[in-house]
Design a protein around this ligand. Structure first.
Ligand SMILES: *Cc1c(COP(=O)(O)O)cnc(C)c1O
Length: 389
């Protein structure tokens, strides 16, 4: 077996083993324990917010955020079509209806189309946004910061305010990304809207194996989400439950990993930048491909790197390019299939799709692990140049 350069793998160079051993030694392995609280505090401090609730996954966090927004059966929620499907599935868990929105050149939600949909397809009635054709109430919008690149939050927050929409930021890929300029200067992804969800899945910038976290503008809402995530238990000694709860709490073993990973997060972000800068240098003058950048006026965590390929000029299909690189021991992938084209979602509204189908057909993601070496980056860049030539 020759060399293999994976797309994105976890990095456990820190205190992970020590803290997990510690959790096991103390017997605190389940949904109680000091590492959970510690991780919540570390995240709150890092993100400059008052309250963070750790949970089982980013998906669970997004589900609880929708519940907290009051999304009920029959409501509508605006979602992106170019995203990982976990950003959308929780809408269905609430028996609500997704409306799919196009992206712009940042790969994130297109605010111009979002406004147009609210203005032309909806009306405001008793302080609520109502979809004219169906009569459904549009309660919320889920905004994904794709690959760690911040969405245009300035535009989106204005629209949300004007049209009475709750904003759930899916910051599962964007822990550490922040605005450096404009009205949100200093604000981190996930702390601008009403709710922000994070993920610690295996390929994210930090990982707990599986896990996530949620924050909200109102600290009380985070308390309520934590309560819902622990079976909505109302009495410390007796089994009294005033609401339907969920088993969505993070475990102490996961949190032990998480605390060690949070200690490394600033360094991971730096490494992502260093590696991106080297790729940028190596890909300058690349034929038939362009390395995508990150939004101006922001400092991104640069979690994933993307090449926009000029498919019209390439002799090979995207699938063949991926397979050929795989044969050389280099793992790459295409961006996601559009969610409105997936079987469970084909009957839903997909609003003026144009950019998302384009980007879905021509984006290539390539190795970006924090521990990738300079030599490996050069090998990857050479291989990609050759395959595109
Ligand atoms: C990873 C991811 C999620 C889900 O997070 P999990 O922790 O895997 O449940 C949701 N949305 C997006 C955009 C993601 O990339």
């Amino acid at each position: 077996m020759g060399r293999f350069i994976p797309l994105s793998i976890p990095n456990f160079e820190g205190n992970e083993r020590k803290y997990v051993d510690n959790a096991i030694d103390q017997g605190w392995v389940s949904t109680g324990g000091a590492y959970i609280t510690k991780l919540e505090q570390m995240m709150a401090e890092y993100l400059h917010v008052d309250n963070v609730a750790a949970c089982q996954s980013g998906t669970a966090g997004l589900h609880l955020a929708l519940i907290s927004c009051g999304v009920e059966p029959g409501d509508m929620v605006i979602v992106p079509t170019l995203t990982f499907i976990a950003a959308v599935n929780p809408v269905k868990y609430q028996f609500a209806t997704p409306v799919f929105m196009d992206c712009d050149d940042s790969l994130c939600m297109n605010p111009v189309k979002l406004r147009k949909f609210c203005e032309q397809e909806c009306r405001i009635e008793d302080g609520k946004l109502v979809h004219s054709a169906s009569g459904k109430i549009v309660k919320a919008v889920v905004v994904v910061h794709v690959f760690g690149n911040l969405a245009d939050m300035e535009a989106i927050m204005k629209i949300a305010e004007e049209f009475h929409l709750k904003v759930i930021e899916d910051a599962t890929e964007a822990l550490g990304s922040r605005y450096t300029e404009g009205v949100f200067a200093g604000k981190y992804a996930g702390t601008i809207g009403d709710y922000g969800a994070y993920s610690f899945n295996g390929n994210k910038i930090i990982t707990t194996g599986g896990g996530g976290a949620i924050t909200a503008r109102e600290p009380k809402e985070v308390d309520h989400i934590r309560y819902l995530s622990t079976q909505a238990k109302d009495d410390p000694h007796f089994y009294i439950h005033d609401e339907v709860g969920y088993n969505y709490r993070m475990t102490n073993i996961q949190a032990a990993l998480g605390v060690a990973q949070m200690e490394k997060l600033p360094e991971f972000v730096e490494r992502k930048h260093r590696n991106y800068d080297l790729y940028k240098e190596l890909f300058s003058g690349l034929e038939h491909g362009k390395l995508l950048g990150f939004r101006e006026g922001t400092y991104s965590n640069q979690w994933f790197y993307s090449l926009e390929l000029d498919m019209n000029y390439l002799k090979r299909s995207l699938r063949d390019i991926i397979l050929e690189l795989q044969e050389q021991g280099i793992q790459t992938r295409a961006i996601w299939g559009l969610i409105h084209e997936q079987k469970p979602y084909r009957d839903e509204i997909a609003y003026e799709m144009e950019k998302a189908p384009y980007y879905s057909s021509c984006i290539l993601n390539f190795p970006c692990s924090t521990q990738i070496t300079e030599e490996e980056i050069k090998i990857v860049a050479d291989a990609i140049k050759n395959v595109l030539a």
